[in-house]
Design a protein around this ligand. Structure first.
Ligand SMILES: C/C=C(\C)C(=O)SCCNC(=O)CCNC(=O)[C@H](O)C(C)(C)COP(=O)(O)OP(=O)(O)OC[C@H]1O[C@@H](n2cnc3c(N)ncnc32)[C@H](O)[C@@H]1OP(=O)(O)O
Length: 719
């Protein structure tokens, strides 16, 4: 796990060998201890270089080991011996030096980085802090303000920025190990005392308290309820106010409070869930690592509305030539200007030049005859989409792949009107499509494994977190949203206000509560869907009892809001009022309060006091309950996939892990009991009836979320 070689007759070269990222597992820590001891005790050795195999220095502590008891040598005493030695030790950083990897380098006396390397202390993103001395050593090296920013955000820096900040001593375009060996030889005669960070005093700004206070407030505003960044601030304060040995103690006390917290478990779960989601499997046995995706050399986007524009930008900025199609000249020109503007702003932000030459704009579908892949992004209307696909079947070559950007329509019904149903798939982008990271890849029953592989790989190329899901109304994300938002509106009827419900959800950690989110998305979209499904509008049978539709409870308040022309932020009025159409600052609106009160009076509903606990339980347990149904229906393959969809597409707080992980943290038994309780009180709300899978998991002793799959594998899969 650490290889030892003698090079240039007097330099010990220690190579960490733990692919893929040379994480500091117990075996690697053993390896470092053994090889360092050998290097320090061998009189032939005058200097040491530490590097990582396969061009990657080190990705930090082995996160998988966090779940079990500590085995092998603890990191800090091991690293202390590197710094204390009398022989210069140089870190040769290629690829990444992250977390414990950078901390290892900070115990070395010198650091050489390859120009493509990235460095950082991302522990905060895992709900912990850099507890291998990072919070005490980085401030001593680069000062409090810069260290505070890196430690509290977990941001990675380039080698060039690391040089400017003073984290590394040299950046090279050559082989970093070879450069480090030469550097080490030159360092042999030089004194080491000033290179031992533990012996330095932290350079302290005069306004320390004000700075720490400002950063704390910023964190509290941006990451409400998240513990780790606040603990990082306290640890950095210790670096400024305590001697090194006491600071290290403080660092480790703070780490102890974080390490076993639910937040750390949730954030570490998210790290692995994100990676698990990319590893799709189909019922046929086809899976991510054995199906070759097609190479996409050209693409087309049909429809230059909000979604189409974002998709065109996402494709062009990763170098894919795009033909963009609109149905009339005016729309085409508006779309063209918007796409080019977006591309330019995006390129400016990333410091690269905009790729205009990759874009062509046309009115005619016949221009698409040779493209490798088409993404249809016209209005969410089945008849319109079908007519586009019929046309495409006539003009495109037989091998062209067809994708539909839909948020919930039947992908298989669209495939059915084409001449190539096996080459049709759904790509559900989230708005704005060039910003939002989530992509639901919707596999129809006839979608071939090749098109699944291609859509997943294209998503990755566009920088998306792609999740393969099955085909059902709303797929995963929007299907689960319904029970969640239904509960919110039922709570309105029963006595809550939109702002009370939103506040409870925002205190839980959502970026936006359900009503503020609906105002942002536009209330008319859901209204149209409800009209089309016969839930509201002129097609509703007048004999239908009020507040009941299709045999279950129905709350018409959202329809009443829309009937007043209140469609959310875009009209300046929705569940809240805004200062102008397009405004974003939501204020409670007395008209909405009146509307709800009149409604309650009309139906004789006595409002009651509703607690935040009830809001959270009803909204989130109903959400997770639908997640269990989705798993048993085979629409998502794993709970991790559902959680990733909610983290990246719906603003679910990452430190809660996602709806399924949250349910497991609350305890499946408790979730079951609460759902039973609420279902008893509302027997006409089927979404509150505990799903059979939830009951089964509880009966099996509530296994951890990673094991749920073993209990669902016999069921039918739509993937
Ligand atoms: C106290 C705490 C201390 C001292 C710490 O060090 S905590 C750990 C801090 N380090 C990190 O947070 C880095 C985490 N890793 C990454 O950010 C990325 O993996 C990477 C930038 C190092 C590489 O990215 P990429 O090339 O895209 O590869 P993947 O992310 O897909 O990773 C490849 C597989 O390696 C597994 N992995 C990565 N880092 C670790 C780690 N630190 N411990 C254990 N396993 C790690 C990752 O899960 C992938 O494995 P599979 O999921 O594919 O099996």
């Amino acid at each position: 796990m650490a290889r030892y070689e003698l090079v240039k007759r007097s330099v010990a070269l220690i190579t960490l060998t733990n692919p893929p990222v040379n994480a500091l597992s117990s075996a690697v820590r053993h390896g470092i201890a053994k090889t360092m001891e050998r290097a320090l005790s061998d009189p032939k050795v005058t200097a040491v270089v530490i590097c990582g195999e396969n061009g990657r220095f080190c990705g930090g502590a082995d996160i998988r080991e966090f779940a079990g008891p500590l085995r092998g040598p603890p990191l800090v005493p091991l690293l202390d011996s590197i710094e204390a030695g009398e022989k210069p030790v140089v870190a040769a950083i290629e690829g990444v030096a992250l977390g414990g990897g950078l901390e290892l380098a900070l115990f070395c006396h010198y650091r050489i980085a390859h120009f493509k390397a990235r460095l950082g202390l991302p522990e905060v993103t895992l709900g912990i802090l850099p507890a291998a001395g990072g919070t005490q050593r980085l401030p001593r090296l680069i000062g409090i303000p810069a260290a505070l920013e890196l430690i509290t955000t977990g941001r990675h820096v380039s080698a060039q920025e690391a040089l400017k900040l003073g984290i590394v001593d040299q950046v090279t375009e050559q082989n970093a190990c070879e450069v480090a060996v030469e550097f080490a030889l030159r360092a042999v005669a030089k004194p080491l005392s000033s290179r031992r960070l533990s012996s330095l005093t932290t350079p302290c700004p005069p306004n320390l308290d004000a700075l720490l206070e400002a950063v704390t407030m910023q964190i509290q505003k941006k990451a409400r309820g998240v513990m780790a960044p606040l603990a990082c601030v306290q640890a950095v304060r210790a670096a400024a106010t305590m001697p090194y040995s006491q600071g290290i103690k403080r660092e480790s006390e703070l780490m102890a409070t974080l390490f076993n917290s639910g937040q750390a478990r949730a954030l570490q779960y998210c790290f692995f869930a994100e990676r698990t989601a990319g590893k799709w499997t189909l019922p046929s046995g086809a899976q991510w690592n054995d199906i070759k995706p097609r190479e996409i050399r050209s693409a087309a986007v049909i429809g230059l509305g909000t979604m189409g524009r974002g998709i065109a930008v996402s494709l062009a900025r990763v170098g894919i030539p795009v033909i963009a199609v609109e149905s009339d000249k005016k729309l085409l020109e508006t779309g063209r200007q918007m796409v080019i503007g977006m591309l330019e702003r995006d390129a400016k932000r990333r410091g690269v030049s905009a790729s205009h030459n990759l874009l062509k704009f046309t009115l005619g579908l016949q221009d698409l005859k040779d493209v490798d892949l088409v993404i249809e992004a016209v209005f969410e209307d089945m008849a319109l989409k079908k007519s586009v696909f019929r046309e495409l079947s006539k003009v495109c070559r037989p091998a062209t792949l067809f994708c539909t950007n839909t948020s919930g329509l039947d992908v298989d019904a669209l495939a059915g009107v084409t001449d190539r149903p096996q080459l049709v798939i759904g790509m559900h982008f989230f708005s704005p499509a060039h910003v939002m990271k989530l992509l639901e890849v919707v596999c129809g029953p006839r979608s071939s494994s090749e098109i699944v592989a291609t859509a997943m790989s294209l998503g990755k190329r566009m920088g998306k977190v792609s999740v393969a899901v099955g085909n059902c109304p709303g797929f995963v994300g929007n299907r689960m949203l319904k029970p969640y938002s239904d509960q919110a509106t039922f709570l309105l009827e029963e006595g809550a206000t939109p702002e009370q419900i939103d506040k409870a959800l925002e205190d839980f950690g959502f970026a936006m509560g359900v009503f503020r989110m609906s105002d942002l998305a536009g209330l008319d979209v859901g209204w149209r869907v409800r009209k089309e499904s016969g839930l509201t509008g002129p097609d509703v049978d007048p004999k239908n009892p009020p507040r009941r539709r299709q045999g279950r409870k129905y709350c018409p308040i959202p329809d009443m809001v829309c009937e007043q022309g209140r469609f959310g932020q875009k009209t300046g009025r929705g569940w809240y009022m805004y200062d102008k159409p397009g405004g974003t600052k939501a204020k409670p609106d007395p008209l909405i309060q009146n509307l709800i009160e009149m409604y309650r009076n009309r139906y004789g509903i006595q409002p009651r006091n509703i607690t935040d606990q009830e809001i959270i339980e009803r909204c989130l347990f109903a959400l997770a309950n639908e997640g269990f149904r989705i798993l048993e229906d085979g629409i998502a393959a794993r709970p991790e996939d559902i959680d990733v969809i909610y983290l990246f597409g719906y603003g679910f707080p990452r430190h809660r892990g996602g709806p399924m992980f949250y349910a497991s943290m609350v305890g499946l038994q408790r979730v079951l009991e609460r759902l039973e309780h609420y279902h008893q009180a509302h027997p006409d709300v089927p979404h509150l009836e505990p799903s059979p899978l939830l009951k089964k998991l509880v009966a099996c002793g509530s296994p951890p979320v990673q094991k749920w799959r073993e209990h669902i594998k016999t069921m039918h899969s739509h993937l």
